[in-house]
Write a protein that binds this ligand. Sequence first.
Ligand code: NAD
Length: 252
Amino acid sequence: MPRVDGKVALVTGGASGLGLACAAMLAREGARVAISDIDEAGGAAAAERIGRGTVFVAHDVTGEASWTDALSAVRTAFGGLNILVNSAGIALNATVEETTLEDWRRVHAVDLDGVFLGCKHAIALMAESGGGSIVNISSISGIIAGANLAAYNSAKAGVRLLSKSVALHCARAKNGIRCNSLHPAFIDTPMLDGLTKKNGREEGLAKLARQVPLGRVGTPDDVAYAMLYLASDESAFVTGSELVIDGGISAM
Ligand code: NAD
């Protein structure tokens, strides 16, 4: 039995990396999927590759009007919404002293404002669709700080507590919507390019793997499987929770 059969899902940042893996898994498990991204060519190609009726919606998560347009496109395509995966994000490797105010605002606009706007505007459509699940992709960097991650730490920590506030609001509203956050570390996607460019990708990934108790970096599907549990009715009693997917890093 497919695990999200008949549900409608929107995955932001679906052109690449974790968003793409989540969208493909939701489609394989029976959902009707819309992916959205600022990268229009990549997003259209990803929807084509996933198949199973997946549609692409051009979307900048930092814009409020872009969110209302994306959600009405999903309503037009599929008639409602049950699952929202907020995966769109950008990274910045910079200390607090190196970070310009412009960079700070850009990282928060995509990584935190984007999630806020998604939750704020999707709730009504999800509620009228009978409820569902919001899965916000934060990061292990939303729990553990790094000297060179000032803006990213701040934005991802914001997503962690925002998700809990959304969960409590929805529980009190009894609208059937749950909200949880995922906290991955070192997953092999284009986002790691910045960390691995110095000595080549293979050596860079091997260096990262040495910091992980399980001895490897993660795959996008490692995260997509966790997302699938939180998106499905199997997690019906789980809201306001955070799930780390970090090969044991945060256990040290
Ligand atoms: P990625 O770069 O492969 O994908 C990010 C996607 O977001 C891209 O397709 C990009 O075009 C899109 N995007 C960027 N800005 C956007 C905007 N303004 N509006 C809409 N789309 C936009 O990176 P990824 O590794 O798949 O990252 C996905 C999420 O996972 C991010 O939130 C990231 O912070 C988080 N994360 C990644 C890792 C990792 O190791 N890869 C670890 C922890 C958390």
